[in-house]
Design a protein. Structure first.
Length: 691
């Protein structure tokens, strides 16, 4: 093979996963032929998940959007006509400028983690909207409950280094299906298991991870705080405590002790739906094991009391002194150590003295349907969507779809494919994939920074997100001279460089290796030193009172406990081969998932005359979703599991599981309660089943 035509390019996985893998893309004659894990990156170790190993298939997908499109039919119809970039950019700039002249807060950017990159996710776009004075977006849809709760306890998104889980003697995998959503952590857990560690899974679903652990505590959704408080109760009454660590490095011990003593295992067992013996044994194991570690993930915080639950669990390592060694403690997110200069990328100073309103992305259905008033502000007249598919992923999606269907709402979507949201756009602009642009990434699992270099030229007329906003700024400059400033002309590579300027990260090392290690302690809290105002692990945080939140962690029951009308609790974790809605149209992954499923316990299925494979109607007062039954032993009694997230257009009746979820928010962090949902399920007879 001619070496000049064959090369490999170092990159980074862009997706919303704690592993943030380093990629090696093989390019032959300008075509990406293979995407694999970088064996030189310690955390990636040459291994990718099934989803990202198919990334070339996604990049060259025959249905990829490769030219700008303008709507030519009703909203939601998916009818579009190709137009030139010049025409699209000119019209979009004129429409946005016209709205901004009257009321800039009537414009809303909507984005999340379709790419986790600092440049394509939160740089030129933020500069553009800050200059415009658009409404700000409260980006809460995934992790804000847990993130803010962790910050209230530790002072930031900080924790164990992932690699040291390999040395732990007990690992609690709490609210995480690590095999599918944190694969490289799972490899470390398996190494610990081979060395004698005990693995315990805490999850309402009997996941693939639970299958491989020594024990599974299959608690009811939303009861994690009750379990954590019961564990504290047992640690206290049996004196499995590190009194010296508590005295030196914690705040509010006596108050927390009084709270925990209200939660004997018998009380928690009733709330959690667990055998009391399981709780007692777990407390004994945790209290008497030297290197005890907790891998907490975001699944368990998607309920009303999710923030309190994270706070309660985060207190446990300080009680037993697990932080004294590098193989003990807790990890929810390590992103607090990231060195990125976000202010330099986003330039919030472009707002000047303006203070636009903050609109919550998790209530986008209500936001778009709100008529506007003197208190709330103007009705949203324009939305620019990128790195997200809100019509599929936001809660109570019937309202979301209705909001995006407004004929008077000007909608621009930057996308790779015609998603449910793109179908509702006035313009769809073709965006590059990770193989086609520069970007720089941190991680919320490990403590490395990764650089992504473009491996191939953009397909068709695709442009990077940053380039699209750069081009929009150039059009806006004809109408608003401030957009002619030099900071709207910085290239993607220059933005990558500026993100780590004056930090411990050497950009030249990133260019050479593809990654660089952030200097962090092996045992971050061995001697206290939490990032809280007190420098201690704050069991009792008086600052929370200002937000109307209890200062001590507590158990809060779900908004929607099962009732006679809707007797089943529903959770909706991602299907193993999907990541939110990103991979839902990749043919090879669709074949693995086959079709939208609802997992039921055999007892619940039998009571409704449901057999495996039957067509089901899942419903509550918000809507109805049609899917197929999976009676596979993974759901516990009284709980059903709607595996997501399929695009709505892939559903038998044009819906997905978010037709059933609501827009109420978590106790801390203003986040959605996707797993706090009650439903009823019925079998649909063949004669009435949708085609």
């Amino acid at each position: 093979m001619n070496a000049a035509l064959h090369r490999t390019v170092l990159g980074a996985c862009p997706h919303d996963c704690p592993d943030t893998c380093s990629l090696v893309t093989t390019v032959v004659d300008g075509i990406a032929t293979r995407v694999q894990g970088n064996p030189g990156h310690p955390m990636t170790g040459g291994v990718l998940c099934t989803k990202v190993s198919k990334y070339a298939e996604r990049t060259y997908h025959p249905e990829r959007v490769l030219t700008p499109l303008r709507r030519s039919g009703p909203k939601g119809s998916g009818q579009f006509t190709p137009v030139s970039w010049d025409e699209a950019l000119r019209d979009i700039a004129q429409r946005l400028h016209g709205i901004a002249q009257q009321q800039p807060e009537a414009i809303l950017p909507y984005s999340y983690a379709g790419t986790m990159g600092m440049v394509q996710g939160e740089s030129m776009d933020r500069r553009f909207f800050h200059q415009l004075g658009a409404s700000l977006l409260d980006r809460t849809i995934c992790a804000s409950a847990g993130s803010e709760a962790l910050a209230a306890t530790y002072g930031g998104k900080l924790g164990m280094r992932m690699e040291f889980f390999a040395e732990s003697q007990l690992i609690l995998i709490w609210g995480s299906n690590s095999i599918s959503s944190n694969l490289h952590f799972w490899r470390l857990a398996q190494e610990a298991k081979r060395n004698g560690a005990r693995l315990v899974c805490i999850d309402p679903r009997k996941s693939e991870t639970a299958d491989k652990c020594h024990e599974h505590l299959q608690l009811l959704p939303g009861t994690d705080a009750a379990l954590a408080l019961a564990l504290m109760h047992e640690l206290i009454v049996h004196n499995w405590l590190d009194h010296d660590y508590i005295a030196q490095h914690t705040l509010g011990w006596e108050a927390l002790k009084a709270r925990a003593l209200q939660w004997p295992p018998e009380r928690a067992a009733q709330v959690c739906g667990l055998p009391v013996e399981q709780i007692i044994q777990l407390a004994r194991d945790y209290g008497t094991t030297q290197a005890a570690a907790i891998r907490l993930n975001y699944g368990m915080q998607r309920v009303r009391g999710g923030g309190n639950a994270v706070r309660a669990i985060a207190c446990l390592p300080a009680l037993v002194g697990a932080w004294r060694q590098r193989a003990g403690g807790l990890l929810l997110s390590s992103s607090g150590v990231s060195p990125f200069n976000r202010a330099a990328l986003q330039m919030p100073q472009l707002l000047g003295t303006r203070r636009p309103r903050l609109l919550n992305m998790s209530t986008i259905g209500d936001v778009l349907l709100h008529p506007g008033d003197a208190q709330w502000g103007p009705q949203v007249q324009a939305v620019v969507v990128y790195n997200s598919n809100p019509v599929a992923v936001a809660p109570e999606s019937a309202k979301v779809a209705a909001g995006f269907a407004r004929e008077d709402l000007f909608t621009v979507v930057l996308e790779h494919f015609m998603t449910d949201t793109a179908d509702h756009a006035d313009y769809v602009l073709p965006a590059t994939t990770q193989l086609e642009h520069w970007d720089i990434h941190g991680s919320y699992g490990h403590t490395d920074v990764l650089l992504n270099r473009p491996a191939i030229a953009p397909q068709g007329q695709a442009r990077s997100n940053a380039q699209i906003f750069r081009d929009l700024a150039a059009q806006m400059a004809l109408l608003q001279p401030a957009y002619a400033a030099a900071h709207f002309q910085a290239t993607d590579e220059e933005l990558c460089r500026s993100s780590v300027a004056n930090t411990a990260i050497d950009f030249d090392a990133l260019l050479h290796h593809g990654f660089a290690h952030i200097p962090v302690k092996e045992a971050p809290f061995a001697h206290g030193g939490f990032a809280t105002p007190s420098g201690k692990c704050e069991f009792d945080n008086p600052q929370l009172a200002r937000l109307g939140i209890g200062t001590l962690p507590d158990y809060l029951p779900n908004y929607e406990p099962p009732t006679a009308k809707f007797p089943l609790a529903m959770i909706s974790p991602p299907a193993r081969n999907f990541l939110n809605s990103t991979f839902a149209n990749v043919a090879s992954l669709q074949r693995m998932e086959q079709r939208p499923l609802l997992e039921l316990h055999p007892d619940d299925a039998a009571a409704r005359g449901i057999a495996d494979g039957d067509v089901l109607r899942v419903f509550n007062d918000r809507g109805m979703h049609v899917c197929h039954a999976a009676v596979n032993g993974r759901a516990r009694p009284g709980v059903v599991v709607g595996l997501g997230i399929w695009w709505r257009k892939h559903g038998a009746n044009g819906t997905n599981v978010n037709e059933l979820t609501h827009q109420q928010l978590t106790d801390i962090g203003r986040a959605p309660c996707f797993y706090d949902c009650a439903v009823q399920v019925e079998r649909i007879t063949p004669a009435t089943a949708p085609a």
